[in-house]
Design a protein around this ligand. Sequence first.
Ligand code: ZN
Ligand code: ZN
Length: 444
Amino acid sequence: MEDKPLMLDGLDGYQFEELVAKIMKKKGFLNINVTSKSQDHGRDIIMESPKGEIILVECKHQQFVGRPIIQKLQGAMNYDETQNPDKEVNGIIVTSGSFSQEAIEYNKKIGQEIDLIDGKKLKKLCEELKVVILNGKVQIITNKSFENISEKQSKELALKCYSKIYGSNENKASVKSELKYTPSCYIRYNVSFDTHTTVGCVDSYNDSGQIIVDGVTGKELDENLQRFYFSGRFDTDEIKEKEGHKTIPYEFTENDIEEHVLNKIIEEHTHDVHYIGNNNVSYSKTCMPKQRDVDTKEFMSVYLPLWTNHIKVLKMNYKQQFYVNGEHNQLFLTDELKKCKICEKQKDEDEKMSICLECGRIVCPSHIKIDYLDKKTPICTIHAKPVKIFLQNKYFAYKENSKKYQEWLKTRNFFQKLYEDKITFGLSIAGICGIILFVISLLK
Ligand SMILES: [Zn+2]
Ligand SMILES: [Zn+2]
C-alpha cells in the first residue's frame, strides 16, 4: 500500500495540470489559473498564496525532471517579479516522477524559493488533503455536512409535531430516529462575457449564481431543496465517526460534477439580444458563454443531513422524513402525522388532526367523532359506536357511554326523543312551518 504510486497513468500532460490545480485548490491556494491553454511558457499554473504571494507552478507528468526545467521556471519567476515589483513570486514544480540529483542540487544552490514536489511527495500530499485519485480523477471525500441536529433533537421534533394532534396527550408515542447523509456539491460561480458582431460589442453580460448538485445522480437538486439550503446560514458541521448514521457515497468525481455543472450554467446563461446593424436592419443574436467565461468561485462537497423518524402509537406506525439546515429549519419530504389514515388526504393548513384512542389512527376532521357523552374523547369513524335515534346517529368512544345514553334515551318521551335527534327535529320544524304557510295561503 505504502509504495503504490498514484494512479495517473491514463492522464495526458494537460489532465495532469488540471489535477495539480485541483490539489492546489484543496491546499488553500487562491485564484488558480491553468495557463497552458494560452501557451504561457515556463509556468502551467499561476496562483496566489493566502499571504498574497504569486506562485508559479510547472507540472511535469514524466519519469525524470532535470535541471533545465528548474532554470525555465526560474526565468519565468524573474520575469514575473519585474512585472509585479510589489509582490513576492515563488515557484513550485510538480512531477509524477522524480527529480534528478543534479536538479535537486542546482535548486539548493540558487537559493530561490522553488518547492520540488515529486511523485512520492504528491501522494503524501493527497493523503494529507484526503484527496482520493482514481484513474487520474479526484474522487470526492468529505466529512462536511450542512448544519445538523442531534438524534435527541430529531426525536423531540417528532414528539412536538405529535403533540399538536388532538387526543395525543392520552396516548404515548415512541420514536426511532435514523440519520442518513446524502451527497451533494455546492458551486458558486460568475459568468462574464462580451458578445461582438460587425457593429461592435452588442452585449456585455455579467451574472453570478449558485447551484447544488446531487452527488449520486449528478443532476441539479430539486428546486425546493436548493432554495431550502440557499435560504439558510450556510453553516457546516463535521460528520463524526460512529454517529450511527448512514453515509451515501458520491458516485461522481469532482471533474464529472464540474463538467456537468458547466454545461448547465452555459445553457442557463445563454440568451438572445437584438441590435441594429450598420444597414439599419434589426438583428437577433444568441449570446452563449464559453467554458472559460464561467469562473467557479467556490466548490464545496457537502452532505445533506436527512432524518427519518419512525413513530409508533398503539398499533399504528408513522414516518417523517426531512432535511435539516440548522436547528430550526426542516424541509419535510414526508410527514405521515399530517395524513389521514382513513382517506389518505394530506392535512390542510387550518385543519386539526385527531387521533383515535382505540386504534391510534390519526385522522382528518371528516373521519373523527367525539364521544357524545364526555364531549372530549376522539374516536375514528371505524371505531365510533353509533346509537340511532330516528335519523341521526350519536357516536361514542366508549361502550359504557353508549349504553348509558341508550338507557337514558329509554326514559325520554316521544317529543324529548324528537328534540334529541337534531335532524328529525329540524325536519319536523321545517314541515310544521310549511304546513302553516300553506294554511295561511289558503286563508288569503
Ligand atoms: Zn380523512
Ligand atoms: Zn380507530
